[in-house]
Ligand binder design. Sequence first.
Ligand code: FES
Length: 136
Amino acid sequence: MALYSEKVMDHFRNPRNVGVIEDANGIGEVGNAKCGDIMKMYLKIEDDIIQDVKFETFGCGSAIASSSMATELIKGKPVADAMKLTNKAVAEALDGLPDYKMHCSVLAEEAIRSALEDYRRRTGESCSGVQKTPEA
Ligand code: FES
């Protein structure tokens, strides 16, 4: 059996949503200290919907495929849905990843979460959805 599924190979060779969003209102960057891979996510959110998402990943093929699939899974979705995206869902959508490559999908989950938290910081909304009191 091939080590990587067709979907992993497809998203690795033709990653979707690669790039930068200049006027992003949520940006997250995460890294894995062990392998040194880095992932950056850009979100453009309007009316609580993820209108656009792009990523830059300096990492292994599984990290690129995971970021590509993760962007596809959250594009057009409400913020609350994107917040619930797990690395398991990303790996499943890719028809699986080898065990020792699961951490690559974790990076995608963390990058999206970090970008969403940035968005909520910017809009003054805490992660629990409670509006922050403006500073006096
Ligand atoms: Fe580090 Fe894949 S080997 S993210």
